[in-house]
Design a protein around this ligand. Structure first.
Ligand code: ATP
Length: 821
């Protein structure tokens, strides 16, 4: 067992703000040091004691310009190397919201080079497996999300559920050795890098899909990606097991700073509570006088029990934002890291015997013990009974059958061999009994008779056959009835579905439909090296469909048009287009590399046959014997060329392999962006529906088409970072944008362009221009409560009416846009 303190690193998030707020140097012992220089105005504020310099020691401090590969090489690689040797490992990122935890652990959503520790770790591990073929490795993956003290399985196929809370919860079980087990958390085998990356991607996508405005996933939940490794040297009975946790904690800022209330406050308290319990565990561990460590207080500390003070090599990355306003949080993060650095873990290689080999070993031991016992008792115990014992069994059965007492028992002790023998004797007796005449019903034997016949075969063969046929007949009847029942059930189910479709059709806004095509990348392009990757599969709509949000179907034309508009001005569209371009270039490069690989392969084969041919020619000339075994000049030349071609082949092939990973990564990024785009559109659309509902009700109630609401001013950028409930109608009663809420935070994009269009149809003072047909059409006539502006009749069902109104609005906007162009 080795004692090892938790390693701490710090990473500074790139920022545009002025330098001078911090610096990195070395302390007297030559250890890297991060110093925060607090400006006077801040020092006198919430940071106590008016101290101006805060110094923290780390294993290494990564400055703003540090790249992902540097972090991986310095922070993750040492841990992974140990995990591959059979030690447990944990890497966790801690820091305030937005300081770069997810970026460090999982990676950025834009570039391949921004891949974080997890995808790089997966590449590294599977490459290691390939290079170390002397051991047999297996890898299993699980992905847990902890939100409000409840665990959810991010790899659960049921994750198509739109809300995290709808999923089955993962619960904690503790065995008698105080080991924690997670019930309902699925573990998936990954045989290669691609499968592992697909699982990571699936978990991340599920996290995004299940994200609701109330649980903006990455910010308010903790995520633990775990890879479980086993390895065994070929022919060895010893198995090594190790697990590596990669933990992305929730934002660590204090509740007071989050400025939230209501549900969000309760949630923030949960997060703070679980981070508080984490802190408690860390304080207890760093205080040697404390014997009780409060792991059980929260799910996260229970799951990470081994990582903190147990059998695990643990590393922490403290992520810091060094803007002036985030200074206090960054200092708290570093303080927390200093405490963590005091924890010592006891680590050891997890080795155990392979269960199969263990059984063999135990069998051998039993045999040895038997032999020892035989020597000690002088009685050789075999599987066979001695003739005396067999006689004793015969007598015991006889006595049993003769005994009139219904409670009588056969007494042969606890030797299983004797018990089995008694059963055999009994069976023999039963089978030997003559069968009674078919016409005479059997007479039960009197209990008093000395040797009563055992009456279990009272029927003749003919009777038996008749009964057997009857049983077959009955079986057939049952089968027919079961089939009829099934058909009936299916009919009822179909009918109720039909009814549901007709009568309770859910509003179209509740279904994300129809726009997958506008995003998809060409399926032919997604074939690299003759292989279709997961990203492309998701686009081609096959067995992976369950992982996507509901798409495709009978989306109305208006909504589809609105979606097109939304997408065009979507704040991340530029990034998406850029990635598509990069992907295209990758495809082109992959194609030409694939061709080059093939050409080189042919050339190598050709050179090989040339060499062989050359040798044969020489042999046929009868010169080979007289010549030395050394290759001649021509062969040397051919071999030299072949070596060059081989080197080029290897290089091209490796590049193609890397490119394949890059392409898959980009496909994943695009797929994620697609999911996000669709989610954002859904939220935006739902907002439009509820706003038009409000407007509709407003116009119905007051008879006034009223003041202008900037109904379309919902910037996608804001939606993507969580929604604020719509402001009360009074917020907008002055005709301006509502203050503080989501609608108030217009940043251009779709919002800007659509809002402009809407304004164009209003009068300058913000009131509806009655002459403006579009607006009039949108809001409907004040006197009509049941018909839409363009004469469309409304249904009276608020949800359906809202859908209709949203459709009209979307259409209106498109028309206006087209007219403008
Ligand atoms: N080192 C970095 N280089 C470039 N961009 C970064 C870096 N660190 C963070 N970012 C960017 O900053 C934003 C916030 O980062 P990220 O989501 O990783 O923060 P976080 O700490 O995980 O926040 P949260 O607590 O909300 O999950 C992202 O857009 C991310 O791409």
């Amino acid at each position: 067992m080795v004692k090892q303190t938790i390693q701490i690193f710090s990473r500074i998030k790139p920022t545009k703000s002025k330098a001078g707020l911090y610096h990195i140097d070395e302390d007297d012992e030559g250890l890297p040091r991060l110093t925060f220089n607090i400006p006077r105005d801040l020092a006198e504020g919430f940071i106590n004691n008016k101290k101006e310099n805060y110094k923290f020691r780390f294993q290494k401090v990564f400055d703003q310009n540090s790249k992902q590969d540097e972090i991986f090489d310095n922070v993750a690689k040492p841990v992974i190397d140990n995990v591959l040797q059979g030690y447990n490992g944990t890497i966790f990122a801690y820091g305030q919201t937005g300081s770069g935890k997810t970026f460090t652990i999982t990676g950025g959503a834009e570039k391949y080079n921004d891949r974080g520790i997890i995808p790089r770790m997966l590449s590294y591990i599977f490459e290691y497996f390939e290079q170390n073929s002397d051991r047999a490795f297996t890898a299993h993956i699980s992905y847990l999300e902890i939100y409000n003290e409840s665990g959810y399985d991010l790899l659960d196929p049921k994750h198509e559920a739109a809300k995290l809370e709808d999923l089955p919860k993962v619960s904690l079980l503790e065995d008698s050795d105080q080991n924690i087990h997670l019930k309902n958390l699925s573990v998936h085998q990954a045989s290669n890098e691609e499968e592992a990356l697909n699982l990571l991607f699936l978990g991340d996508t599920n996290r995004m899909i299940a994200e609701t405005p109330m649980n903006q996933a990455s910010t308010r939940s903790h995520c633990i990606f775990t890879i479980h490794l086993t390895s065994r040297e070929h022919g060895s009975a010893t198995l090594r097991r190790a697990k590596l946790h990669l933990v992305d904690l929730a934002g660590s800022e204090r509740v007071s700073k989050t400025g939230v209330n209501g549900v969000l406050l309760a949630e923030a308290k949960y997060i703070n509570l679980s981070l508080h319990f984490l802190e408690q565990v860390i304080i207890s561990l760093s205080d040697k006088s404390r014997s009780h460590i409060p792991y059980r207080n929260s799910m996260m500390t229970s799951v990470l029990r081994d990582s903190l003070g147990g059998n695990c090599m643990t590393t922490m990355i403290a992520t810091c934002s060094i803007d002036k306003r985030n200074m206090d949080e960054s200092i708290s993060t570093c303080r927390f890291a200093q405490r963590v650095a005091m924890i010592k873990n006891d680590v050891m290689v997890n080795e155990e015997m392979d269960p199969k080999l263990l059984v063999q070993k135990l069998k051998r031991e039993i045999q040895q013990l038997r032999e020892e016992l035989a020597m000690a008792t002088g009685e050789q115990r075999t599987d066979e009974l001695s003739p005396e014992d067999l006689d004793r069994c015969e007598d015991a059965v006889k006595a049993y059958l003769a005994d009139a007492d219904p409670e009588a028992m056969i007494n042969v002790g606890t030797d299983m061999r004797k018990i089995h023998t008694c059963f055999r004797i009994l069976k023999k007796r039963v089978l030997e009994r003559p069968s009674p005449s078919p016409h005479k019903p059997p007479t039960p034997a009197p209990m008093e008779a000395p040797e009563p016949p055992v009456d279990i075969g009272p029927y003749s063969d003919t009777e038996n056959n008749r009964l057997k046929q009857l049983v077959v007949q009955r079986d057939n009847e049952i089968n027919i009835l079961v089939n009829m029942l099934k058909k009936e059930k299916k009919r009822v189910k179909d009918a109720s579905l039909q009814l549901e479709k007709l009568g309770q059709r859910p509003p179209s806004s509740a279904r994300g439909e129809g726009y997958s095509e506008s995003f998809s990348t060409s399926t032919s392009e997604s074939r690299v090296n003759g292989h279709v990757s997961a990203g492309s599969r998701a686009n081609t709509g096959n067995s992976d469909d369950w992982r996507r949000p509901p798409v495709v179907g009978d989306m109305s034309v208006g909504r589809q048009e609105a979606f097109e508009l939304f997408r065009r001005d979507y704040h991340e569209n530029q990034k998406i287009e850029h990635n598509k371009q990069v992907l295209k270039q990758c495809y082109a490069e992959a194609k030409s590399l694939g061709e080059k690989v093939n050409t080189l392969r042919h050339s190598i084969n050709h050179l090989k046959s040339q060499i062989e041919h050359h040798r044969m020619t020489i042999a046929m000339q009868g010169l080979s014997e007289s010549q030395s075994l050394e290759p001649d000049e021509e062969e040397v030349r051919l071999r030299g060329r072949m070596e060059e071609e081989k080197a080029s082949y290897k290089e091209t092939f490796n590049r193609l392999k890397t490119l394949k990973t890059e392409i898959e990564h980009l496909q994943h990024l695009l797929e994620k962006a697609k999911v996000k785009l669709m989610k954002d559109f859904e939220l935006w659309w739902a907002d439009q529906v509820s706003l038009s509902q409000q407007e509709n009700q407003g116009s119905v109630g007051s008879g006034n088409t009223g003041t202008v609401r900037n109904a379309w001013a919902t910037p996608p950028a804001n939606i993507s970072r969580g929604r604020t409930p719509s402001p009360a109608p009074s917020d907008t009663s002055q005709g301006g944008l509502p203050q503080g809420g989501r609608l108030g935070r217009v940043r251009g994009g779709v919002a800007g362009s659509i809002a402009t269009q809407l304004r164009a149809s209003n009068s300058a003072d913000g009131r509806i221009n009655e002459e403006s047909p579009p607006r009039k059409q949108l809001l409907g006539s004040s006197s009509s409560t049941r018909s839409s502006p363009s004469g469309l009749r409304l249904t009276g069902d608020p949800q359906a009416d809202a859908d209709i109104m949203a459709f009209v609005k979307a259409r209106q906007n498109i028309l206006q846009q087209t007219q403008k162009r």
